[in-house]
Design a protein around this ligand. Sequence first.
Ligand SMILES: [Zn+2]
Length: 71
Amino acid sequence: MENDHFYNETKYCTRCADYVRFLRNLEASYCVHCGSKVKLFSAKDRRSFINGLKEDKERRRKKAGNNKRAS
Ligand SMILES: [Zn+2]
């Protein structure tokens, strides 16, 4: 088993337009290729991630509502 999971992490670099490996300091993470700050998600993925959370919440709320009505 290799003990290098940290280096297999990737974040999104807007300059490279790709998920890249990164260097981390206390404040931010930087692309190993171009040195730009990297983000956890691309803008597109971030949106779908947030939408996914919202849908999940809606679904849970609906389910809770149904349970209330049933009891
Ligand atoms: Zn980059």
